[in-house]
Design a protein around this ligand. Structure first.
Ligand code: NAG
Ligand code: NAG
Ligand code: NAG
Ligand code: NAG
Ligand code: NAG
Ligand code: NAG
Ligand code: NAG
Ligand code: NAG
Ligand code: NAG
Ligand code: NAG
Ligand code: NAG
Length: 560
């Protein structure tokens, strides 16, 4: 989802990171301060971008029904109204007979996906097929707002089903401005293809299953087709594929913290621990543990293109893996750290004490110092328990849309508590369903689990359909929610041209989506695994288009 970027340092240091990759399902821990920051951050990024693809492709609006399902009581009171769904298209490479290829922008303002039309997989597919590339904004994100505010009642039209119906309605009714000379370009006569990554990947898989007569073929990249309420598995690929000294340190340091917070459960010892980290003013223990989990959450932000990748995961790992002290100021905390380690049941040798001091120094540098500089209190910076915040529901509170979707249908709460007993988690076990659900309770009055069946009914791990491609990343923290979740319930499959089933080696989250300009391309950049995957995607889509041409030939008429 929206990558709720680490509030302060991230905003300052990495504004060049493309929104395209920072907007998929959040790997980082949600905090109110990050939700607030995210809204501001988007405004800044738009202002700072040097070549704004929004200038290349004019923004368009398409009038779309607010409520596609007058037969379903959950949408009562129904609406007969319409809203303006935003989209962009590029017909530069179009030739009659070519497809319309829709990239679903998913759970963020779609402007962040425009680079994919300019140089990513959408651009590449449009060239190869002589197609029209379209970026479509999802209802309740960006400017595509069906209701005047985001109150819980008005969010009732925000379901994956309504959004799928939007995409089908678009394909069946669109008249692209300026392309009138080509005649009818709706799905009646034209092949419609879809692409999406992450939530949008699942969305595209569902689109093919639910609207097979509208969408000729779709690509689901890192598609989280299996909704999971307690998604503790998020950190399992991190544990498996990240540098092992870092993972060992993370497990031990987390265990030390939990042995105190949960094992000792002593107010004074807990206070000593928080004070050692300089977080004595954070009221709730789970908020404190949450701050300690920021660093390890950066794995998802890695990308093969340095221009859109964040180095922070490796910075963090280098900090906590180092057995020498990195921050001299932390020397004054040596006795305190040593005592805490001992009381947690570990042997306080100098390596582990130094690693803990480095952890303290890292948290000081990346979280506390920016908070202090902003003149906010530690609770204002780090707490998720602020009921007043959650009660805001104007259109400006765009942070509400994705949490509403995960509180009602998707789950994916990334807990430490869900990790099986006997395995040491990478984040504290105080980060449990109750904590991760505070936003559901206070923002929407939702106390029960989400209705994951509403999305899992399309097939979950088993989802399949002719001309539905499943592309995943071996190292993706979302892989346990995709059809490549071997070991979690997903079954191996053969890959065919009709149903491609591709696991990109050593890739994280939908790494086939972004691309670079030809003048940046070399024999090794993009890396061969990415270039090869994109070539395969072009090849199987060309085959799908041959099938389309054959169908048109046999059926006659109609096809453009
Ligand atoms: C599209 O609609 C939004 C509001 O929904 C509006 O702000 C924007 O100006 C419209 N854009 C165009 C090109 O009409
Ligand atoms: C409502 O209609 C849609 C088709 O428009 C159908 O898919 C859905 O199952 C119907 N829902 C109910 C509750 O009948
Ligand atoms: C929507 O239109 C139908 C048919 O015209 C009508 O029966 C219904 O009352 C309208 N609903 C609303 C909420 O306006
Ligand atoms: C700590 O102890 C209190 C009672 O003294 C109890 O209510 C609470 O659940 C305990 N917390 C943990 C994390 O075990
Ligand atoms: C520790 O992390 C900070 C903050 O990201 C980074 O600037 C620094 O380079 C890291 N230290 C090492 C030794 O990598
Ligand atoms: C935390 O950062 C502040 C500001 O740079 C510094 O004065 C302080 O010594 C640091 N504390 C520790 C424990 O590193
Ligand atoms: C230091 O202590 C930690 C935690 O008890 C342990 O994992 C590590 O192996 C020890 N290292 C050395 C060099 O003794
Ligand atoms: C914080 O307060 C200091 C001193 O009052 C002021 O100089 C600084 O501009 C404030 N910072 C922010 C971000 O408001
Ligand atoms: C709670 O949120 C409100 C609204 O954003 C804000 O004004 C207030 O400072 C916050 N309080 C804390 C303790 O975070
Ligand atoms: C998925 O497919 C496997 C193998 O075909 C089957 O054993 C399993 O029951 C299916 N699961 C679901 C949820 O349909
Ligand atoms: C590379 O190509 C892009 C797209 O054609 C262009 O905008 C950019 O200026 C070029 N960069 C260089 C360094 O030539």
């Amino acid at each position: 989802m929206h990558l709720l970027r680490s509030l302060f340092w991230y905003a300052a240091a990495f504004t060049s990171v493309s929104e395209a990759l920072t907007t998929s399902l959040s790997g980082e821990r949600t905090t109110i301060a990050r939700l607030r920051q995210e809204v501001e951050e988007r405004k800044r990024r738009l202002a700072k971008r040097d070549t704004d693809p929004a200038l290349l492709y004019p923004e368009r609006n398409f009038s779309t029904p607010i409520d596609h399902f007058h037969n379903e009581t959950m949408y009562e009171p129904h609406s007969n109204g319409s809203y303006l769904m935003r989209y962009w298209f590029d017909a530069t490479y179009y030739k009659p007979g070519g497809p319309v290829i829709i990239l679903q922008a998913g759970e963020a303002p779609a402007t962040g996906r425009l680079p994919i039309l300019q140089k990513g997989i959408l651009h590449q597919l449009a060239i190869a097929t002589h197609g029209i590339g379209v970026v479509m904004e999802h209802r309740y994100y960006g400017t595509s707002m069906p209701t005047p505010d985001l109150s819980t009642e008005n969010l009732r039209f925000l379901t994956t089903q309504q959004a799928l119906a939007d995409a089908a309605y678009f394909a069946q009714n669109i008249a692209f401005p300026g392309l009138e000379m080509y005649g009818d370009l709706t799905s009646k006569n034209t092949a419609y293809l879809g692409y999406g990554g992450s939530y949008s990947g699942a969305f595209n898989a569902f689109l093919r299953v639910q609207y097979p007569d509208v969408f000729w073929g779709t690509i689901s990249s890192s598609g989280v087709t299996k909704a999971i309420y307690d998604y503790w598995e998020y950190y399992e690929p991190v544990a498996e594929y990240a540098p092992q000294p870092c993972i060992a340190a993370q497990r031990t340091l987390t265990h030390i913290v939990d042995n105190i917070l949960i094992g000792k459960n002593s107010t004074s010892l807990t206070m000593q621990l928080k004070n050692a980290f300089g977080l004595g003013d954070v009221t709730y223990n789970n908020d404190f543990a949450n701050v300690l989990s920021y660093g390890i959450g950066n794995w998802q932000s890695l990308n093969w293109d340095p221009a859109v990748s964040s180095p922070e995961f490796y910075n963090y790992c280098a900090n906590i893996s180092d057995a020498d002290v990195l921050y001299p100021a932390t020397e004054s905390l040596r006795t305190a750290a040593s005592s805490l380690i001992t009381q947690s049941g570990y042997n306080a040798n100098s390596s582990i004490v130094n690693q803990m001091l480095n952890y303290i120094g890292y948290v000081n540098l990346t979280a506390i110092q920016p908070c202090t500089a902003s003149n906010m209190t530690q609770d204002q910076c780090f707490s998720n328990h602020n009921v007043t915040f959650y009660h805001q529901d104007s259109l400006a509170d765009s942070w509400r849309s994705w949490p509403y979707q995960y509180c009602t249908q998707w789950g994916f709460l990334q807990t430490g508590s869900g990790v099986p007993a006997g395995e040491e988690p990478l984040i504290s076990r105080t980060l449990d369903l109750a904590y991760e659900s505070l936003i559901c309770n206070y923002a929407f009055g939702i106390y029960g689990p989400p209705d994951t069946n509403a999305v899992n009914k399309y097939g979950g791990y088993n989802i399949s359909y002719p001309r539905l491609a499943i592309i995943d990343g071996e190292w993706d923290p979302w892989r346990p929610a995709t059809p490549h979740a071997f070991g979690y319930g997903a079954q191996p499959r053969f890959s065919t041209a009709s149903e491609p089933f591709i696991l990109i080696p050593q890739a994280v989250h939908h790494w086939d989506e972004n691309g670079v300009f030809p003048n940046q391309t070399t024999a090794t950049f993009p890396p061969p695994v990415i270039a090869d995957t994109q070539k395969m995607e072009i090849m199987f889509v060309m085959e799908w288009m041959e099938e389309w041409a054959l169908k048109c030939l046999i059926q006659g008429g109609g096809c453009s």
